[in-house]
Design a protein around this ligand. Structure first.
Ligand SMILES: [Zn+2]
Length: 251
């Protein structure tokens, strides 16, 4: 309670605000690229909105950033206000108030990056590629339920491309995939969990956590990579590995 009182009674000094605000367009900002995850960013444009009232003061700095790695453009906002104060302690144990900075990025950067081979998938099937891209877009925007549903739909499309009748139930599709040799028993069980999670999100209001989504997308990526890209990789590898020379027949 004491902390709350102190927080309420703290009056920000104006010069602290002006000190915090950028006086001119900075060259760089700490970023978080939604595409490649890089923290380095160039500032393309910036706009500052401030409120300066006897009871409350604060600022929001809006920035358009360009990634220092992949050149993707994205948006960042940083805001402070006199109602959101926290404390840090100096070497003598004295509490010093400071403004809490609230940072947001749009599109939001997810810790889970799409796999390097994602773009290759569009040459196999554009719809499959789009569905998997949607999974990552949903994850980046904290839309866990939609990401789980998109994962189930992605599996559905993949099964269809592998020649499985789209009219079958998910369980039948898995059994069929196993019987024609696309998956083994362990994978059948693992994919059943993925599909059940997608169904729970779609029909039973289940909201997966970030960690559960990570596990689900790992399963899906592994299935898609093996089913659609491994053959090409193994053929490419076979072509590059020097063939074993036949030994001359001994006379
Ligand atoms: Zn980037």
């Amino acid at each position: 309670m004491c902390g709350l009182k102190a927080q309420r009674s703290y009056t920000p000094k104006r010069h602290q605000w002006s000190h915090d605000l950028p006086q001119k367009l900075p060259d760089f900002e700490n970023g978080h690229c939604p595409q490649c995850g890089s923290r380095q960013a160039f500032v393309v444009a910036q706009h500052v909105e401030s409120i300066d009232h006897p009871d409350i003061s604060g600022s929001t700095i809006y920035s358009v950033l360009r990634c220092g790695g992949c050149t993707q453009f994205y948006f960042k906002s940083r805001s402070y206000n006199s109602e959101d104060i926290d404390y840090q302690y100096d070497e003598n144990g004295q509490a010093e108030p400071y403004y809490v900075e609230n940072v947001e990025f749009w599109p939001r950067a997810s810790d889970r990056r799409p796999p390097d081979w994602l773009s290759k998938l569009q040459w196999k099937d554009r719809r499959l590629w789009k569905l998997l891209s949607d999974v990552f877009t949903a994850m980046s925007n904290d839309l866990g339920t939609l990401a789980a549903i998109a994962m189930r739909t992605t599996f559905d499309r993949a099964a269809e491309l592998l020649g499985i009748n789209p009219g079958l139930s998910f369980e039948q599709k898995l059994a069929e995939l196993k019987s024609v040799g696309f998956i083994v028993e362990t994978e059948r069980n693992v994919l059943a969990v993925l599909i059940d999670a997608g169904s729970a999100a779609a029909h039973r209001g289940w909201e997966p956590t970030a960690k559960q989504l990570e596990a689900m997308v790992t399963l899906l990526e592994s299935f898609l990579h093996r089913s659609f890209l491994m053959e090409e990789i193994s053929e490419d590898l076979r072509a590059k590995v020097p063939q074993k020379q036949k030994e001359p027949k001994k006379v």
